[in-house]
Design a protein around this ligand. Structure first.
Ligand SMILES: Nc1nc2c(ncn2[C@@H]2O[C@H](COP(=O)(O)OP(=O)(O)OP(=O)(O)O)[C@@H](O)[C@H]2O)c(=O)[nH]1
Ligand SMILES: [Mg+2]
Length: 144
């Protein structure tokens, strides 16, 4: 499978998605450091939120084949600047997490991810499992 690095603010759902994609039981685990797994690199949301560390994520991205920008479906704003995907020379996909949330607005969040530069958008719920297959199929595509 292609290796993906998950980037997004605190509580975006990166670790829960990691667990769901790996078929693990979902349990809350606060990410304290960049966590290298076999096909997923899970990052702490603080790295994205803090100006002092956000630049480092571009360097971590070089250790993956794909970058996944994770934005929760009920976000009131986007943390990702327009065209931010141009900072890395990897494909960057948009992941709309938590689409099962009652106040989800998948279309609005998808548009923010497109504005950030993502050409492919994957709406997903780590809780119901909806959309997981599409991400897995994408990660398996053209992989060595
Ligand atoms: N309803 C719903 N809740 C979710 C989903 N994904 C994550 N959550 C909840 O959102 C909260 C934060 O999820 P995490 O996966 O820990 O978020 P994170 O992006 O890893 O956060 P940091 O490690 O702090 O950067 C948890 O309480 C999860 O249960 C989802 O698909 N649906
Ligand atoms: Mg986490």
């Amino acid at each position: 499978m292609k290796k993906i690095i998950l980037i997004g603010r605190v509580a975006a759902g990166k670790t829960t998605l990691t667990q769901a994609l790996r078929g693990e039981e979902i349990h809350y685990f606060k990410t304290q450091y960049v966590n290298y797994l076999d096909t997923i690199i899970d990052t702490p949301g603080e790295y994205t939120e803090l100006r002092q560390t956000s630049g480092a994520l571009a360097l971590y991205a070089y250790e993956a084949d794909v970058v996944g920008l994770v934005l929760s479906a009920n976000e009131p704003y986007s943390i990702f600047s327009p065209c931010i995907t141009s900072l890395v020379n990897r494909e960057v996909i948009g992941i709309v997490s938590g689409i099962d949330k009652p106040d989800a607005n998948v279309e609005r969040v998808s548009n923010w991810l497109r504005l950030a530069g993502c050409k492919k958008i994957f709406p997903v719920s780590a809780v119901t499992g909806e959309g997981l297959d599409a991400i897995i199929a994408y990660l398996e595509e053209d992989s060595k």
